[in-house]
Design a binder for this molecule. Structure first.
Ligand code: NI
Length: 275
């Protein structure tokens, strides 16, 4: 009995204090609080996402603006490289500079230095008799990534030679270039553009002629050489020059600087022939 009374007392007490109502109220309060916390968290998440999107858009806009600015002012080598890495480069028009009759002891190294400064690769059609005299320059051409082609041994008109003599002019030069660079040339520019009609059977090489003849060896005039190219150039053209003259070096540099600004890219002849 005493026990029962004790429980009853507790019950009466809780009823008097509105204990159950308070419990219910407390539960409701907890649920509301939890709801509020969840909602504010979601709100913040959405806000963070919004901020991130805005930041990314800002970055993208900045990139576009700077790319536009570079297009207006002309790019430096590093900027061009960066753009290529970013994949933001517009499609460039390819052209190839080719230099015949070298190597020349003074002007070929000057040409190499100028090309290096502009990050341009060119193609050099070498004469065997000059390769023999300046193997170090041939080695440098190869090491700098320029393409080396064959221009015969001593610049004779191949069609006027016997098949055997013509072949010897070509193979002898190929062997000499191979001894220095470890690579056999695949391309030949026959002197005077005159290919021995049956030489194909003997020597498996690709003949490379030209689209724009600068006549640099004849005029030796900087402005005339530059104008000849700028007036006639179009996409995928091969430009014929000679690396044995000072005016050819300076003109080549101006041609590169001007055409780059016009959206041209300088490549070696293999990239044009096997387009
Ligand atoms: Ni020549």
């Amino acid at each position: 009995m005493r026990e029962k009374n004790h429980w009853k007392q507790i019950w009466e007490y809780t009823k008097k204090q509105h204990f159950w109502k308070k419990c219910l109220l407390f539960d409701l309060f907890c649920i509301c609080l939890a709801f509020a916390v969840i909602m504010s968290g979601m709100g913040r998440g959405a806000k963070v996402k919004q901020q991130l999107t805005a930041a990314l858009q800002k970055q993208e806009d900045a990139k576009l603006t700077s790319a536009k600015a570079q297009g207006d002012t002309g790019e430096t080598e590093d900027e061009i490289k960066d753009n290529q890495i970013d994949g933001q480069n517009l499609e460039k028009k390819k052209v190839a500079l080719t230099f015949d009759d070298g190597p020349h002891p003074q002007y070929t190294p000057e040409m190499i230095a100028g090309l290096k400064e502009r990050n341009v690769k060119a193609t050099f059609f070498l004469l065997g008799q000059e390769v023999e005299k300046y193997p170090e320059i041939v080695k440098q051409l190869h090491e700098e990534g320029h393409q080396i082609g064959n221009h015969s041994y001593k610049h004779e008109q191949l069609s006027k030679l016997s098949m055997e003599q013509a072949c010897q002019q070509v193979t002898r030069t190929n062997e000499m270039i191979f001894d220095i660079t470890g690579v056999y040339p695949s391309y030949i520019r026959p002197p005077f553009g005159d290919w021995h009609e049956k030489l194909d059977c003997e020597v498996n090489m690709v003949e490379v002629l030209w689209d724009v003849d600068t006549l640099d060896w004849s005029s030796k005039n900087h402005a005339q050489i530059v104008n000849k190219v700028l007036k006639n150039i179009k996409e995928n053209d091969i430009i014929l020059m000679h690396d044995g003259y000072e005016t050819s070096v300076t003109a080549a540099m101006e041609i590169i600087d001007t055409l780059k600004k016009q959206g041209y890219e300088f490549v070696t002849v293999d990239e044009i022939i096997f387009e």
